[in-house]
Design a protein around this ligand. Sequence first.
Ligand SMILES: O=C(O)c1ccc[n+]([C@@H]2O[C@H](COP(=O)([O-])O)[C@@H](O)[C@H]2O)c1
Ligand SMILES: Cc1cc2nc[nH]c2cc1C
Length: 384
Amino acid sequence: MSWESDLTAEAAASVIEETVAAVGPLDEAAMRDAREHQARLTKPPGSLGVLEDLPVRLAGLAGTCPPPLPEPAAVAVFAADHGVHAQGVSPWPQEVTAQMVANFLAGGAVVNAFAAQVGATVTVVDVGVAADLPAAPGLLPRKIAPGTADLTLGPAMTAGQARRAMAVGIETARDLAGSGARCLLTGDMGIANTTASAALIAAFTGLPAERVTGRGTGIDDATHARKVEIVRAALARHALPAGDGDTPDGGTEYGLRVLAAVGGFEHAALAGFILGGAALRVPVVLDGVIAGAAALAAAAIAPDAVAACVAGHRSAEPGHSATVDHLGLRPLVDLELRLGEGTGALLALPLVQSAVRVLHEVATFDSAGVSGKGSGQSHGMITE
Ligand SMILES: O=C(O)c1ccc[n+]([C@@H]2O[C@H](COP(=O)([O-])O)[C@@H](O)[C@H]2O)c1
Ligand SMILES: Cc1cc2nc[nH]c2cc1C
């Protein structure tokens, strides 16, 4: 078995520290410029609904108006296995994680089709798959360990492993942005990772296990009841909040502690990817419940990181709705998807790009010679 992430836990800690320090609030002046510019565009004010707020926020993220077009786009699919699979929480064998990674690399998965449709690149990051994966173009070998430990028996990972996985995510964001990506999309692959996601969501939102635990890839009632019990017991075992809506203040140590107790390597890496994007002031389009759980960890560590996040879609998993509510994000697409891989984020990408393009290309009332609201006096024009 190759252990391929060569960052030490100490080096990872300093990468995390410098990244968290670089995450800052939105630029109010750029947002004001964006709002003022938007008010001059040839459309009734507010007529683009949710797609009006988004480019204003992205102007604030970039610190300039208009913000850069979010293209080219790059999806990073973080893949890992989970010790809790041994508890029978997923109907699928663990080998499917490695098999689907091979499918991604061969271009045969839904993520590949959706990425081709919108011109995004797909990079697969092995952060903890329980198999030796042959080198392949498009695969970043960054394995922390061959799967986490079983979170029902003890911590899923050590503190050092959590740090190293988070640093892998940060470096992936840096590498993709360094190669020219102006929009980062989250993807994941990991059989049993909806169990770890539910535990993370319960811990970070303070909601009870039964509210946030779903059926993942598709389980029957009896298995679901057991999965809820496993999540509830794990939270109690690790002394994490669940049930009263009350959660500790957060911070880097707390976020890492929760990730290490009940998370997956892909969750820790995704949290790093989000923090990395936020530090670079590049938008991060979140996929479903796994990305949402990771975003809660990122938000606990650096609350301003949420400003860089766009909720691509609303997953069918119940914990995801609780997550986006907690983060104050509104999903752009709601199609009952529950696939993962980055598919929901990719479907949302053209919406994000279109919303920003409006600020770049739409004419103003003045430049196009279109009368503004209230200026019409004749021809039966309705004025308010
Ligand atoms: O993205 C989602 O919201 C989502 C919801 C349900 C399942 N998944 C995917 O399904 C796998 C985990 O499901 P499970 O049932 O094995 O925990 C994993 O590879 C995820 O990418 C993803
Ligand atoms: C086939 C399959 C594909 C997936 N893609 C993301 N999670 C998945 C889980 C399964 C089982």
